[in-house]
Ligand binder design. Structure first.
Ligand SMILES: [Zn+2]
Length: 303
């Protein structure tokens, strides 16, 4: 039976940085008194990010995010993450692992922490990291240069000079497999390790649909023309604030014309090669499960 990646039902997908179940309760953002009450709740906990790296603790099965009490957490500029299933209010704040003291706490690279957590807690890391990074880089108004102040529990900044409101950004990125029968298109950016191949990707530009961005990127980076586009899945990528939008694109041409400023290598890979690479035994190295490129490759080979 012939597989049609554009109409066949998709297999179950596993996606990194997703599954965050905190209730973000946006009413709290408009209600300073309710926010204050949540912060004063003795159960409330703070995730501290040190240089944007979450503070973690424990080894093996005990490995976890460290949730600080109010008395331990830096007092200024916490963002509200949400309320968990047990009714515990959760916040995130910039601070230092060393200042928390008393326990074996370290600040761990967010990718490494997310890979070790391997579940919905990684989604909380994504939310916290993107928000705190945005606040750190938007202390001044883009309209008038005045100082801005955190508002709405961390979901806005307001200019103290001209009252302009600024909101956290999410930058859409299309990431796609061009598919030609039993082959898909993979590439390697110069910054990738040798032997590593992944799906092609690029930022969506102003005035462009997702389908148009997919077609443009594949043509610009690899000279490949495409027809049908199928949305597969999305995931946050908090470095600093991307939303990765994964798709399949039907190749209508096959001759590769590589954009050497973007990519060092582009090639077609067969389904068998991709399966072997995902199993760690292929002619190239595949992206890790945390990356949506892995999910796209797995979805395509599992069809
Ligand atoms: Zn301003």
């Amino acid at each position: 039976m012939t597989v049609d990646p554009f109409t066949d039902p998709l297999p179950r997908l596993a996606l990194g940085f997703t599954g965050n179940r905190l209730d973000r309760d946006d009413r709290i953002r408009r209600d300073p008194e309710a926010l204050w009450a949540l912060q004063m709740n003795p159960q409330a906990r703070w995730l501290v990010l040190d240089g944007l790296n979450p503070v973690v603790r424990g080894e093996g099965d005990d490995f976890d995010l460290h949730w600080a009490r109010r008395s331990e957490a830096p007092p200024e500029d916490a963002v509200f993450l949400g309320v968990d299933d047990g009714g515990v209010p959760r916040f995130a704040v910039a601070g230092s692992a060393a200042d928390l003291g008393g326990q074996a706490l370290i600040a761990m690279d967010a990718r490494a922490a997310a890979m070790r957590l391997g579940d919905a807690r990684a989604g909380i890391v994504a939310q916290a990291r993107s928000l705190l990074d945005w606040h750190a880089r938007h202390r001044f108004c883009a309209a008038c240069g005045g100082q801005t102040r955190m508002e709405k529990a961390g979901y806005a900044r307001t200019c103290q000079a001209c009252a302009a409101e600024h909101f956290p950004r999410t930058d859409p990125v299309v990431i796609m497999l061009a598919i030609d029968g039993d082959r898909c298109l993979l590439g390697r950016q110069p910054r990738f390790p040798k032997g590593f191949l992944s799906a092609l990707a690029g930022f969506v530009e102003p005035g462009e649909s997702l389908e148009e961005a997919v077609a443009r990127e594949l043509y610009e980076e690899a000279g490949i023309r495409t027809g049908r586009v199928r949305y597969v899945a999305s995931q946050p990528w908090p470095f600093p604030s991307s939303l990765m939008i994964g798709a399949f694109a039907e190749a209508t041409s096959t001759e590769i014309v590589i954009d050497e400023t973007e990519l060092e290598e582009v090639r077609w890979a067969t389904r068998d090669e991709v399966r072997a690479a995902l199993a760690g035994d292929g002619p190239f190295k595949a992206p890790p499960p945390l990356a949506i490129a892995h999910t796209l490759l797995k979805a395509w080979t599992d069809l």
